[in-house]
Design a protein around this ligand. Structure first.
Ligand SMILES: C[S@@+](CC[C@H](N)C(=O)[O-])C[C@H]1O[C@@H](n2cnc3c(N)ncnc32)[C@H](O)[C@@H]1O
Ligand code: SF4
Length: 351
């Protein structure tokens, strides 16, 4: 069965994409990075990401693996060089490895520089070897604490041991790992030195992320929000942080920690605006194209995808949407803005 789906995926040609040229937005930014949320479902319920009782999409609303492959391939034909699978939790989508294997053909063909994913790590023990064999070389794993009880409190449903075993398996398989940690006031703010030393001692990068105001989660954002400017100032009292030019194509700004020799990144959508060099767009598992993480405007790619076997309509819809990519977003969390800046959850667009 798996082989059949794979063959069907591999067989699909993306006609005419290259002739149409690269995707350039109204501000002259070339779109080279696509993030694809392959499912809205997750085996965790992180407090900053989801409410405990979430309602999820029905199967008919979600793109099939074949449709996801076709859509990703259309973007690749138009100049996307980096593709990140995310979610929800990408590794809980049934058949996800079929999609990974199929998309890996673009790596082999030299059309894609990188295929990667962001995961909560819960399924890595099972899939690490396969991911590496498919040609994935580095992944992001989200981990906010090394304390098992805190981990349970943050993720509501997750097991720290399972994630740590997943990280071990991924490193043994030869995958490079970047740990993403959301900075949460009064929750993990005392743990950054420990996380930093743990990640760097294992040869992993660490990136700290500010909480973004996305989706109703059932508690105030102000309670969670911890500005990274403050975190950085505190870390600078203990470590020497040297600014470095290292970039991964994402919005993080990196420093080298002199004492550990490792890299530490900061993603600061609220205290530092990273929009001017934005090269990425996001597609959800329903085929909705978001041109900006912090704005509601979106294009529907599922309709053109399902309307015809040929890709003309899909390309036209992508062009039309990219033509509306905004200059940037304006997230604000303060006492007057307790409501989410946009109503959808991070698990919809995948961060
Ligand atoms: C939505 S998750 C999807 C992939 C996978 N489930 C995971 O957790 O890595 C992607 C990233 O978004 C982060 N995230 C989720 N909600 C967020 C929020 N409101 N603000 C900032 N980061 C958030 C998570 O910590 C994770 O690193
Ligand atoms: S952050 Fe990732 S692991 Fe946590 S609930 Fe959201 S999608 Fe799931």
């Amino acid at each position: 069965m798996q082989d059949r789906v794979e063959t069907a995926l591999e067989a699909r040609e993306i006609d005419g994409g290259a002739d149409r040229g690269p995707l350039i937005d109204p501000f002259g930014r070339a779109i080279s990075y696509l993030r694809v949320s392959v499912t809205d479902r997750c085996d965790f319920r992180c407090v900053y990401c989801m409410a405990e009782n979430m309602s999820f999409l029905s199967k008919s609303e979600i793109l099939t693996l074949e449709e996801l492959d076709r859509l990703c391939s259309a973007f690749i034909a138009r100049g996307v060089r980096k593709l990140r699978l995310t979610g929800g939790e990408p590794l809980v989508r049934r058949g996800i490895m079929t999609l990974v294997d199929s998309l890996a053909r673009h790596l082999r063909a030299g059309q894609l520089d990188e295929l990667t994913l962001t995961t909560n790590g819960s399924q890595l023990e099972k899939y690490a070897q396969h991911l590496r064999a498919a040609g994935i070389s580095r992944i992001n794993v989200s981990l906010d604490t090394l304390d098992a009880e805190k981990f349970r409190a943050i993720t509501r449903w997750g097991s720290l041991d399972k994630v740590l075993a997943g990280i071990d398996a991924a490193q043994s398989a030869g995958l490079k790992i970047k740990i993403n940690t959301v900075a949460l006031k009064n929750v993990n703010e005392d743990e950054f030195p420990r996380l930093l030393e743990w990640t760097h001692s294992r040869g992993m990068d660490l990136t700290l992320i500010e909480v973004m105001p996305l989706g109703e989660i059932g508690e105030g954002r102000l309670d969670q929000y911890l500005p990274l400017s403050l975190v950085r100032a505190r870390l600078a009292e203990r470590y020497r942080l040297d600014d470095i030019d290292y970039r991964t194509g994402g919005p993080a700004r990196y420093v080298r920690v002199a004492e550990t020799g490792g890299r530490l990144g900061f993603i600061t959508p609220l205290t530092h605006n990273f929009c001017e060099s934005c090269n990425r767009v996001r597609v959800t598992c329903t085929g909705t194209l978001y041109m900006c993480l912090g704005q509601e405007d979106a294009g529907d790619l599922r309709k053109p995808l399902r309307a015809s076997e040929a890709n003309d309509l899909v390309f036209a819809a992508i062009d039309e949407a990219i033509g509306r990519k905004p200059k940037g977003h304006d997230f604000v969390i303060d006492r007057r803005h307790q409501r989410p800046a946009v109503a959808r959850h991070m698990s919809v667009t995948g961060g």
